[in-house]
Design a protein around this ligand. Structure first.
Ligand SMILES: [Zn+2]
Length: 387
């Protein structure tokens, strides 16, 4: 049964680098939750009038010789979204910065679990990833590696294959925003979990389109950014980081021509005023742990008196055609958890353990190969005719 031994040897030698990657992963000291607190509130939408520009930062073009999922060239993609009135278009290819993309970014990650991140305006592409096993520390380590390479690090589609759970997002540090709405899964609960833990994370919403000629793929989710259409890229960057965004989900199967926008999201003293450009079926205010704090039906206005227990507040609007989710207003400052400190003691033990397994796999794999070669030599020797 030489072939089974050969197969087993190959399997062991393939597992060895995976164990090696685990050995190189630090273990982090994750902090507990610290919900937003303070007397004053941070409102990203505090401005006289709100002007909205439409954006999609997650489109895949045809690249990597067609191996990855993406059907069209950058010019076809730009034409398709231009025709729908998009102001900001980002082609986020896998592991590649597309220089023809109006907004420069790429989608990081090649694991089977689809643990992906959108790296905006990156300095370079990072290839470090965990193909199979992704512990919380492994996810944190990837964010740590990406962090210095990008000014806006966005967790992509957490709900897609459960790549990031709400509990994980409530403990991880070093990310700037979450792609809450995505055609492959909307992650409202995961987002609320991150916000409830006291991590300021604005909303990004994207089609994640691979075929821009498919009307069901285009304008299914998008981000409205509260900046003027003539604003420079630096203003866009600041607006995304500060949370001047609203995520939209299209409830119809085709692109929309018109939909309500938020005309006013304003705090006056301890009262929050939310107003839409046209009446909607319902307006809601959501707070800590995703609990509904107020609802108003068939209206274009909602007035909410803030309670002492409120830590963050965000608004939602519903019509038969769309759902709209604003980025949050938070108590105190819009703080984000930094990358946690490394637990060097446990990291050492963990490294020894996985390093030992990697060595064992290599030795066992090589022994199997050698055993096979020895047997071949032995067989040849035995088959020699006796003189
Ligand atoms: Zn992805």
């Amino acid at each position: 049964m030489l072939w089974t031994k050969r197969l087993l040897a190959l399997f062991l030698l393939l597992l060895a680098p995976i164990a090696g990657i685990q050995a190189l992963t630090p273990l982090y000291k994750f902090e507990g939750s610290a919900p937003f607190s303070g007397q004053r509130w941070f409102n990203p939408f505090s401005s006289d009038t709100l002007t909205w520009t439409r954006a999609n930062f997650h489109i895949h073009s045809r690249t990597w010789g067609g191996i990855t999922n993406g059907h069209h060239s950058p010019s076809e993609i730009i034409r398709a979204y231009d025709s729908l009135g998009y102001r900001w278009i980002g082609i986020a290819d896998y592991q590649r910065i597309n220089s023809e993309s109006p907004i420069l970014l790429y989608e990081h990650g090649w694991s089977i679990g689809k643990v992906h991140q959108l790296c905006f305006w990156p300095e370079s592409v990072r290839w470090w990833d965990y193909p199979l096993l992704q512990t919380l520390s492994a996810k944190q380590h990837t964010l740590r590696i990406l962090r210095p390479t990008t000014p806006l690090l966005v967790i992509a589609h957490p709900r897609f294959l459960g790549s990031y759970t709400g509990r994980e997002l409530s403990r991880l540090g070093g990310y700037d925003a979450i792609e809450v709405l995505n055609r492959y899964g909307d992650s409202i609960e995961e987002w609320d979990s991150a916000l409830s833990s006291g991590h300021f994370t604005p909303i990004i919403a994207s089609d994640n389109a691979h075929d821009v000629y498919n009307p069901h793929e285009v304008m299914s989710r998008w981000t409205e950014v509260a900046i003027s259409p003539n604003a420079p890229i630096d203003s866009l960057r600041a607006a995304l980081y500060r949370g001047r965004t609203v995520g939209y989900k299209n409830r119809t199967p085709y692109p929309l021509r018109a939909y309500p926008t938020f005309r006013r999201i304003e705090l006056v003293g301890e009262t929050l005023f939310v107003e839409t450009s046209q009446p909607v079926d319902s307006l809601r205010i959501i707070g800590q742990n995703g609990h509904i704090r107020a609802v108003s039906y068939q209206t274009d206005k909602l007035i909410y008196s803030i309670r002492p227990a409120d830590t963050y507040l965000r608004a939602e609007a519903y019509t038969s055609a769309v759902e709209a989710y604003t980025s949050p207003l938070v108590r105190g400052v819009p703080k984000r958890r930094p990358i946690p400190k490394i637990d060097w003691g446990w990291t050492g033990l963990h490294g020894l353990f996985w390093g030992g397994i990697a060595v064992f796999l290599i030795v066992a794999g090589l022994r199997l190969i050698r055993a096979k070669q020895n047997k071949q030599v032995q067989d040849r020797f035995l088959s020699q005719p006796l003189e």
